[in-house]
Design a protein around this ligand. Structure first.
Ligand code: SAH
Length: 401
């Protein structure tokens, strides 16, 4: 079951404390929570102002949707491992400005069960002669541990990211870990032999369970695998998607495109109030999950395609296809010209643009406004409390005349 949310630490009622008197002790060392010195209400104000500066030129900014209990919201946690000079194993995060591992046992933003599991793995390591991987020498075994937890389902996935394929005593290890944490529902090994800062490699082996977890979001069940994107804050994701779908103003008949669709979340939730949904996504694992998700939920009016969203849109435009509503949710870099110019050719009534980077969103909105669209609504949603990350959803409609 879902965990109990803890009361915010060291905070009085919202709006009465300007500075958070007890930020995390690793606040400076870790660097992950850039805004933690501010009380939550001040963080929201900071984000509201930042969106205003960037997107205010397009219209009024709705008040940011904050989180009621802005702690332990991350349902995906990854830890790096390292040896200290005294050869003690530590686990935690890379310092934001360097590649040194900062030891973190508890984090105010991370799921507490995930943190517990990571500590247990670290404690099991010496008994299994597991050595942390050293990025400089390329020596060692365990690179990362990734834990994903279904917020509603409570299902837990553990991914052991190793430098090589050979996992000594893996059966015994899986047994020992499950004994400590019977709540784990699947364990995988991901092999990442590359000299890279990417956490996951391409090869994956299932050590226990089905190799994926499921969770419920906006009334649909979603399959989450190790490598596909899934929003990390389930409470706020429901609010974000709810808003996006409300803005799309669907009547049950529309032809909808879900671009950059990940595992199909937005499109599948929207499919209940649309005629037809077409999803496109670059990551093959995510597309496979999206197709399985449609089936799992008995949804028959959604199709998913693997490919570059820009190319896909260009092909659609060239083939004379149409769309009534386009949802777009690109990565931080935003969309590209191929996508945006084809969008103008397809000319849907409404575009719902979800973004995790208001800078690139601003650039893309400018392009669409020049191309004949009007920004009708700008709604920030706080998906990442304590960090400086900002998420917004904007509605664009064809300008009249
Ligand atoms: N809408 C989804 C995923 C959003 S994250 C959700 O809310 O869960 C952005 C997604 O864009 C990722 O799944 C990423 O794999 C995908 N992506 C990145 N570049 C892409 C491209 N050029 N074409 C299509 N999809 C892309």
């Amino acid at each position: 079951m879902e965990q109990k949310q803890k009361k915010p630490l060291g905070q009085a009622k919202q709006g009465t404390v300007l500075h958070n008197p007890s930020p995390c002790p690793l606040y400076r060392k870790c660097g992950g929570c850039q805004l933690q010195n501010l009380a939550y209400s001040q963080q929201l104000k900071w984000k509201q102002d930042a969106v205003g500066r960037l997107l205010g030129r397009f219209g009024k900014i709705e008040p940011i949707i904050g989180m009621e209990h802005p702690y332990h919201y991350r349902n995906k946690v990854q830890a790096a491992f390292a040896l200290t000079k005294s050869r003690k194993i530590i686990s935690g995060v890379y310092q934001s400005s360097s590649h040194r591992v900062v030891a973190v046992d508890h984090c105010l933003t991370e799921d507490e069960k995930a943190d517990e599991i990571i500590c247990s793995i670290r404690e099991l390591m010496p008994g299994f002669r597991m050595v942390p991987y050293n990025e400089d020498t390329g020596y060692g075994f365990l690179r990362h541990v990734l834990v994903k937890r279904g917020f509603i389902s409570g299902q837990i996935m553990v991914v052991m990211v190793t430098a090589g394929p050979i996992f000594p005593a893996k059966k015994r290890f899986v047994q020992a870990l499950r004994q400590l944490h019977p709540e784990i529902t699947t364990i995988l090994q991901n092999i990442n032999p590359y000299r890279t800062s990417m956490v996951l490699g391409e090869e994956e082996r299932v050590l226990y369970g089905p190799g994926y977890i499921e969770d419920t979001l906006c009334g649909c069940i979603f399959r989450i695998s190790a490598r596909s994107f899934y929003q990390i804050n389930p409470v706020q994701t429901e609010k974000l998607y709810g808003k996006a779908i409300e803005l799309a103003g669907l009547s049950g008949r529309e032809r909808v495109i879900d671009a950059y669709c990940g595992v199909g979340t937005i499109g599948l939730v929207a499919s209940r109030s649309a005629g037809q949904v077409i999803g496109v996504e670059l990551n093959g694992d995510a597309v496979r999950d999206a197709i399985a998700n449609a089936k799992r939920n008995g949804i028959k009016n959604a199709r998913f395609y693997q490919g570059d969203a820009g190319e896909f849109m260009r092909n659609m435009a060239q083939d004379g296809e149409t769309a009534d509503v386009v949802f777009m949710d690109p990565p931080r870099a935003g969309s590209d010209e191929a996508f945006l110019s084809s969008l103008l050719v397809l000319c849907p009534e409404r575009v719902v643009y979800i973004s995790c980077n208001p800078q690139t969103q601003c650039r893309d909105l400018q392009y669409l406004v020049k191309g004949g669209y009007r920004v009708q609504k700008i709604q920030p949603v706080d998906m990442f409390p304590h960090t400086a990350h900002i998420e917004t959803v904007c509605l664009l409609a064809k300008a009249q005349g």
